[in-house]
Design a protein around this ligand. Structure first.
Ligand code: ZN
Ligand code: ZN
Length: 258
């Protein structure tokens, strides 16, 4: 499979997964024009998308969806409450929404959702498996628990939230209620928490991790990378060598084959 993180961060999130000839998008949180242009750079037409999986209804995950669905016949998969919300907002044409209870198959790709703790209607992460290869998308996580480690177990690739640095958040420009929301149990994950999760998750011999959904004001890419590496290193040099970290950007595509 190939994975392309097209955009990641508080300003918008979208990832393309290519499994053989099957192209699927996870979230459409940047403009449809930007998504289409980025897909074309990768030789993929919006019309060639088989499905769009939506994690939750926040703007940074759905803002390009309505226009994208005019250019693409893709089916939208999401949880029932999220789907109802998007239908009420008139984002999805009639007959194009399929709610997902637990798992769906698209060609030989199996997609499964798992619940995450975040302040949305019914937010989820996704796992995608095909022929023993596994990719996991998990962003917008307020709190970690064992079920998340289980969902992400034995992944080849994880797109993993590493949202904020606690000191930058504390000293940063956000009003107190927002600081509380971000660091709260239904908000986002700090760099240290992301590192701790990567220590705990059951691993294959090698795990590739995209550090994703970085806050624009409360984090920097070098800081996220440094902190997560540090946590891995402190928990054992083997672990440090077992996990490779990859950057993501608000608008620059990062691609990986696995
Ligand atoms: Zn969100
Ligand atoms: Zn988000």
């Amino acid at each position: 499979m190939r994975i392309h993180v097209l955009a990641s961060g508080s300003t918008g999130n979208s990832t393309l997964l290519q499994a053989g000839k099957t192209n699927i998008l996870i979230d459409a949180g940047i403009s449809a024009r930007a998504i289409t242009a980025k897909l074309e750079q990768l030789g993929v037409k919006a019309a060639g998308l088989a499905a769009v999986f939506i994690t939750h209804e926040h703007q940074d995950h759905i803002q390009g969806l309505k226009v994208l669905l005019k250019k693409s016949g893709a089916t939208v998969f999401t949880r029932p409450d999220t789907g109802n919300f998007m239908r009420r907002m008139d984002l999805i044409p009639e007959g194009r929404l399929q709610t997902i209870e637990k798992a769906v198959h698209i060609d030989d790709l199996q997609a499964e959702c798992f619940p995450v703790s975040h302040d949305a209607l019914d937010p989820v992460g996704y796992t995608f498996t095909r022929r023993g290869e596994k990719a996991v998308i998990m962003t917008d996580l307020g709190r970690l628990d064992d079920s998340l480690a289980q969902a992400a177990a034995d992944a080849d690739v994880i797109v993993m939230e590493s949202n904020f640095d606690p000191r930058l958040l504390k000293e940063g420009p956000y009003p107190p209620f927002l600081k509380k929301r971000i660091s709260g149990p239904r908000g986002h994950l700090s760099n240290t928490e992301a590192g701790e999760f990567l220590c705990a998750v059951p691993k294959k011999s090698h795990l590739k991790v995209f550090l994703a959904h970085l806050s624009r004001y409360n984090n920097t890419l070098p800081l996220a990378k440094y902190t997560v590496s540090q946590v891995l290193f402190e928990n054992g040099a083997d672990l440090y060598n077992q996990v490779s970290l990859f950057p993501t950007y608000p608008m620059k595509t990062v691609s990986l084959k696995f």
